[in-house]
Design a protein around this ligand. Structure first.
Ligand code: ATP
Length: 366
């Protein structure tokens, strides 16, 4: 494979945005295509996530950006310099990219200090010490400097892995499922903490995950992937409230799809009554559609027109997630404040509070 020269000089630091551009790349394993014509742009200081189910190609994209996987079409540019092209790639160590892996991949026989220093061999001993002390301090792990990885908690190991990846001052940080080995509580905490840390230090980052909470905690923008392509690149808010495809609506957050038929320019007739949207639906009257109902669209209201029975409940502290079965035989998910405390089998009344209808075409046979 040829190499592409002129990379990663310090002059490049002054280059204009974006920091990372992936333009129409495709990647194969043998004859199997894993990534199809995928493009994305990341600006300096931005944190983005690729989110999708297992096998959709997230890790392959990350490996292509890192320089561990070649591209068959398109190109990858870091700081306006091309690092991957069909038949040519700059080696990983010349890309100025830091990586954090799922299992942290710390060297077990090296102390925290030695782990963090392991990527700094080109520096003098004095420069190494300054750089390592700085990173340990920024990651708030100075007091663990002489410990070994097995003496650290999962969260502390995570910080060491981050410190090691960031110590050589990479242009771009890549993280592959960095929180998946942590328990749920720590995971949420670390997601927020790492996001703050990257923001405070103006670090540009691409993370891949199959967990939407991780993606939402960290991503300014999130690309939802399916079958080797990005199906929606958007803010977490828009992915949740304005998913553009049925797949994204289903993959992101909870909810149900309520069948209906368009009954006016911005109206839908459903078994639970007529719903009105704040925007025209762009479909002829009588089109068969389904309406996305999120649990927060189903409001607890003793005067509400929809009667339902509680089928399941999941206590979430300030809120309770109920699965309800309406008298019309429709299953709804509803998020009630915790004081609306019902048992399985209880009857409740609700109303639908949806201003902006998210609708998808429906097979009339369904
Ligand atoms: P996961 O979340 O499970 O890690 P992913 O979204 O990161 O999945 P990839 O690991 O990028 O997905 O894999 C994309 C596709 O490429 C999958 O169909 C997978 O089976 C295939 N694949 C991945 N690695 C290899 C390999 N070394 N050899 C052959 N096929 C592979």
């Amino acid at each position: 494979m040829n190499s592409i020269s002129a990379l990663g000089t310090d002059d490049a630091l002054a280059a204009p945005r974006p920091l990372l551009e992936v333009r129409g790349i495709s990647c194969n394993y043998g004859l199997e295509r894993a990534v199809f014509d995928l493009s994305l742009t990341v600006h300096r200081g931005e944190q983005v996530c690729l989110l999708g189910p297992s096998g959709c190609g997230k890790t392959t994209v990350l490996r292509a950006i890192a320089g561990f996987h070649s591209v068959l079409t398109g190109g990858i540019f870091i700081n306006d310099l091309q690092v991957s092209a069909p038949g040519a790639m700059v080696p990983p160590e010349a890309r100025r990219v830091g990586m954090v892996f799922q299992d942290h991949a710390l060297f077990p026989h090296l102390s925290v200090r030695q782990n963090v220093a392991s990527g700094l061999r080109s520096l003098s001993a004095g420069e190494q010490k300054t750089a390592v002390d700085d990173m340990l301090d920024r990651m708030d792990i100075s007091r663990h400097a002489e410990k070994y990885p097995h003496e650290l908690s999962g969260g502390q190991q995570q910080r060491v892995a981050l410190a090691r990846a960031l110590a050589p001052k990479p242009l771009l940080l890549l993280m592959d499922e960095p929180f998946s080995n942590l328990d749920q509580e720590l995971r949420e905490h670390m997601g927020q903490e790492v996001s703050d840390l990257l923001k405070e230090n103006d670090i540009t980052c691409v993370m891949v995950t199959h967990d939407q909470n991780d993606a939402f905690a960290l991503g300014d923008h999130v690309g939802v992937m399916a079958d080797g392509a990005i199906v929606q690149w958007d803010t977490p808010y828009n992915l949740y409230h304005q998913p553009r495809t049925h797949f994204v609506a289903d993959f992101i957050g909870n909810g149900i799809f309520l069948p209906g038929d368009v009954s006016g320019s911005a109206r839908v007739a459903t078994a639970l009554g007529e719903l009105e949207s704040d925007e025209a639906l762009d479909r002829p009257v009588e089109s068969p559609i389904e309406v996305l109902l999120r649990p927060d669209d189903v409001v607890h209201d003793p005067e509400g027109p929809i009667r339902a029975t509680v089928r399941r409940r999941a206590f979430k502290g300030a809120e309770i997630m109920y699965t309800l079965r309406t008298t019309q035989g429709i299953t709804l998910l509803a998020l009630f404040p915790s004081h609306a405390n019902y048992e399985i089998g209880d009857e409740v009344s609700v109303r639908l509070a949806v201003d902006h209808l998210v609708v998808f075409d429906r097979d009339p046979e369904d």
